[in-house]
Structure formats: C-alpha cells, structure tokens
Write a protein that binds this ligand. Structure first.
Ligand code: E4P
Length: 231
C-alpha cells in the first residue's frame, strides 16, 4: 500500500519525507487555507520535494469550470493530480480530464455506489472518507472493504482506492487490511504510528547495556577489523 501525507505544510512533508516512506501528498481547500501562503507555489514546492502524486483540488462547481481549473493545475507540475468533488458536474470533469491524460482524485466519497460511478468516469483515485463516516456512526472500514471488492470484481476498473480522513493508526491498519491501494495520513497520525512504549523502552535498554561494553565505538571497531583483514 502506498502512503501519502494529508497536509499542505511543507515542513511536515519534509520531515516525513526524510523517513523514506512517503509516496505522495494530498491537499484540500481546508488544508491549504489552514497552511496559508500561495496555493500554486505551495503545491508546486510539495510536488518538487516529494516527486510523487500531489493532489490539488478544484473549487469551481460547474463541469466547464472544473475542467479549466484542472487543466491549469496539471500544468503546475507533472506530479499534480487534480482533485474533483464527487458531484454530477465533477464526474463530467473527471471524464474530460481523464480523456486528456490528466490524473484525477475523486474526493468526498461516502458510499460504494459513488465509488463505482467515479471509476466509470475514469478516476485515477477514489477517496473514501473513513473518519467522517465513523463520525456519523457508520463503518468507515466497511466502506473501504466494499469499494475494494467492487473494483476487484471488474477487470475494467483501474481506479485506485485512496483511504482518506484517517484519524488514528487503526484506520490505517483497517485500510491496509481491506486492500486499499493508498492511504493518506495526517502528520499527527503519522507520528503516532511510531509511538510504542515497548519500542522506546527496548531501545533505551539496548543503549544502557551497550554502554557497559569495553569499546562502544562501532565505526572504529569495523574500520580496524576491515584494515586487519585486508592487511
Ligand atoms: C484528503 O484527501 C481528504 O481531504 C482528507 O483526508 C479529509 O480529512 P478530514 O475528514 O480529517 O478533514
């Protein structure tokens, strides 16, 4: 499963990118507004850093307007994926953009039938919102399960399931178990993926024990060992 970061904050992206696990980034108008700064320069800089798919969302609500915005956004960087809301006008825009070879991420998906329509329109990604479904006491995990199954049932569908609105580490596990192709994870959740008291405690104990050995310098030991071996 590919891992995207769900943020428009370049510092957060830089930090997680350094982990060597980041495949892409998703933004939305709320995340762009929260981050501040220039929208186009921000998505360009993110795409340049990540060198993977970066979703940038249209705000027009009519098909022609979405197509116009989508075409322009796609020119900003080769890695931009045009994010389009799952409305009748959005579906028409996805079909047109797909036919022009522009990748799309169809967002705000809350039920499997919507995902089927997005796939029929040629979406590159479908974004079901797990957290927002759980917020209204429905099953976000089940939504991912059903979409993955529906897509697997048709050899003609190439749309990738991008699990979005992830609120905690278990949402990511649910998405991976269901077979989602991608999950987009907010920075705070990404940090929490690494939090485990046994990892921290175990690492501390290893270091305490290592401090009791005679020579703690591994680099020096290896260099001396290699030199002696090649002598
Ligand atoms: C990303 O593509 C979505 O816009 C995002 O995951 C929504 O997350 P939220 O429900 O926490 O706002």
């Amino acid at each position: 499963m590919k891992l995207f970061l769900d943020t428009a904050n370049i510092d957060e992206i830089r930090e997680i990118h350094a982990w060597g696990v980041l495949d892409g980034v998703t933004t939305n108008p709320s995340l762009i507004a929260k981050n501040g700064g220039d929208f186009i320069q921000t998505v360009h800089d993110i795409a340049e850093l990540v060198q993977g798919p970066v979703s940038a969302e249209v705000v027009a609500q009519d098909t022609e307007g979405m197509i116009r915005e989508g075409r322009l956004l796609a020119k900003v960087h080769e890695h931009i994926v045009v994010k389009v809301p799952l409305t009748p006008q959005g579906l028409g825009a996805v079909r047109a953009l797909t036919d022009e070879g522009i990748r799309t991420n169809v967002t705000l998906c809350f039920q499997p039938a919507q995902a089927l329509l997005a796939a029929k329109a040629g979406a590159t990604y479908i974004s079901p919102f797990i957290g927002r479904i759980d917020d209204i006491s429905w099953g976000g995990g089940e939504l991912i399960d059903q979409i993955v199954q529906i897509y697997a049932n048709s050899s003609q569908i190439t749309t990738q399931v991008l699990a979005a609105s992830i609120r905690h580490p278990l949402h990511l596990v649910d998405a991976a178990l269901a077979g989602a192709h991608v999950a987009t994870v907010p920075y705070g959740v990404m940090r929490r993926l690494l939090d485990h008291p046994l990892t921290e405690r175990g690492n501390r104990k290893f270091l305490e024990d290592w401090a009791t050995v005679e020579d703690t310098d591994i680099v020096g030991q290896v260099e001396r060992w290699l030199a002696a071996r090649s002598a």
